[in-house]
Ligand binder design. Structure first.
Ligand code: ATP
Length: 440
């Protein structure tokens, strides 16, 4: 049974709890009572989130020769958002419940107030989701700036720069990872929907005639990325948007959805944006944003296929899919069966006792492993308790240094999922563990 809600109706609470208790995710500004569903990523969370983003970058940029990276500014002038259509149309329908006065996004509540069950609402008003601020000390029109609500526009505004400096030709892509901001009406479900979040977006520029082929290709490629990193296929599905639900720029959108505890919901959207963005920015800026193909002597505006994922939302999905409770030696344990590439720590080094001679060997082991793996070092409490603590945060391998290690220069490597233990020579430990990690 893989439906997490069926598996355990308290799954969401348990995961939220674990992430707070073990230092993955804290409510932001907690000592001041918290701040409107913003979150801070603690020592383990920052490590895992970084792994999620690194794996995306590896798959999308490093291991491909048709995609390059970019890191554009978060602050941008109104002209960008006028051209992109965001000033006009990046809105959600806002309604007030006439019974309890709570505010909701009309399209998310199915006509019933989630707070009081009321069914009468005000007329929907279009609420723009962009955060507006000012650049510089003088207020006024010229000083207005927006925090980007998506990373994509920084890619379109740099299209000509990238084309001129990399000599890429369609089909090619530009990838970007970074913070985006949306003044969501109802942020909810932990880090699923927050006002500040991280996105992993790639704009793939193609000859118009190839757009449909690449659209299908990216839906499958992105779906497979989640499966490769450990999400069971049964917890994923594709959701094709109906024509009438498409965003203003889209000629077709398919979401990769994950089975969250409240049901299937969006993990990533793959859209065929046509030539909408480049044409808009070319018209508004007066700068040509097209491609001259020397092979055919033709000039055309490429179409764009965009896989747009959320890093923080993906991390939440990986945590939910990994959470398991089982029994080891008659004892109940919580274990995060995270793919080793995503786990906050790859290895924990555990000296059996605090004796200085064990500590010395354990530190030598730690020094050897640290250049290759993210390591934890834990010397407090019984070894059984320490294993449990590492299981709970998903550490795939525990390396135990015991008194025999002083004689045989070997350690015990324990596997998180099977709890099987093998003896490995310290000299061969890096290679042994590297071979266990999925190929990179
Ligand atoms: P929704 O309709 O749920 O508001 P969207 O379809 O507008 O979201 P996109 O613009 O396609 O979302 O954003 C791409 C990805 O960015 C989403 O699939 C999601 O993973 C992530 N994302 C979007 N908004 C948020 C948010 N408020 N908090 C966390 N992640 C988000």
């Amino acid at each position: 049974m893989t439906d997490p809600a069926e598996r355990d109706p308290e799954l969401l609470d348990k995961v939220v709890n674990l992430t707070k208790r073990r230092g993955f995710i804290f409510p932001s500004a907690e000592i001041y009572g918290g701040f409107r569903s913003t979150y801070d990523y603690g020592p383990l969370g920052v490590s895992m989130l970084r792994n999620v983003k690194d794996e995306w970058w590896r798959a999308m940029v490093q291991e491909r020769h048709d995609i390059v990276g970019l890191d554009a500014a978060i602050l941008s002038p109104p002209a960008v958002w006028a051209a992109s259509g965001h000033l006009e149309t990046f809105t959600d329908p806002l309604v007030d419940c006439l019974t309890c006065k709570e505010r909701w996004r009309e399209d998310k509540i199915g006509g019933v107030c989630p707070n009081c069950g009321g069914t009468t609402f005000t007329e929907a008003r279009a609420f723009n989701l962009m955060f507006k601020t000012q650049a510089g000390p003088v207020e006024g029109e010229g000083a207005t700036a927006y925090l980007r609500p998506e990373t994509a526009q920084g890619i379109f505004t740099n299209f000509a720069n990238v084309l001129a400096t990399t000599r890429k030709r369609p089909p090619f892509g530009i990838a970007q990872v970074g913070k985006s901001f949306r003044n969501e009406i109802t942020p909810q479900n932990f880090v699923f929907r927050t006002r500040e979040f991280e996105q992993m977006e790639m704009e793939y520029f193609v000859p118009p005639a190839e757009a449909e082929t690449w659209y299908a290709y990216w839906i499958e490629t992105r779906f497979a990325w989640y499966v490769d990193l450990g999400i069971p296929e049964s917890m994923l599905r594709r959701h094709v948007h109906a024509k009438e639900d498409l965003s203003h720029y889209s000629r077709g959108t398919t979401d990769v959805e994950f089975l969250f505890p409240w049901g299937f919901d969006e993990l990533e959207g793959v859209a065929n944006r046509g030539d909408y963005d480049l044409t808009q920015h070319a018209t508004h800026s007066g700068v040509a944003l097209d491609y001259f193909d020397p092979a055919t002597n033709e000039r055309y505006t490429p179409y764009v296929i965009e896989p747009a994922a959320g890093a923080t939302r993906a991390m939440m999905a990986f945590l939910l899919a990994a959470y398991h409770e089982d029994e080891v030696g008659g004892e109940r344990r919580v274990v995060l069966r995270l793919d080793p590439r995503l786990a906050p720590y790859h290895v924990a080094v555990l000296p059996l006792s605090k004796k200085p001679e064990l500590d010395a060997v354990a530190n030598e082991v730690l020094d050897r492993l640290s250049p290759h793996f993210m390591c934890d070092y834990d010397v407090t409490q019984s070894i059984g308790r320490r294993y449990r603590r590492q299981d709970e945060v998903g550490t795939p391998w525990c390396v135990t240094v015991d008194f025999d290690s002083l004689e045989d220069r070997a350690v015990t490597v324990r596997d998180r999922d099977t709890t099987a233990q093998v003896r490995v020579a310290i000299d061969g430990l890096v290679e042994h563990l590297a071979a266990l990690r999925p190929p990179r």
